[in-house]
Design a protein. Structure first.
Length: 86
């Protein structure tokens, strides 16, 4: 679907940003910058999966924040939102 494709395109920008960032440092530090970006993507993904998505779109709770025990109803919409959060 279009939403999933858009999410993947936004997520691929992480690689471009890593290349842009590594071009501003010496070549010996490029690997460290790329690893920092990968760690940022992985930790951001975990935190968004366990906390962020459920607090934003979780059923229950009140009108401002959702419930932490919510289930995922639409995985494609999750990937789209995750691509912006990570």
């Amino acid at each position: 679907s279009w939403v999933f494709t858009s999410g993947i395109r936004v997520l691929s920008m992480q690689g471009g940003f890593g290349l842009l960032e590594s071009s501003t440092v010496r070549s010996t530090n490029s690997v460290n910058i790329m690893m920092k970006n990968m760690l940022d993507l992985m930790l951001g993904s975990l935190f968004y999966f366990y906390i962020g998505y459920q607090l934003t779109f979780g059923a229950g709770g009140n009108s401002f924040v959702g419930n932490l025990g919510a289930e995922f109803t639409d995985p494609i919409f999750f990937v789209f939102q995750w691509s912006f959060a990570a």
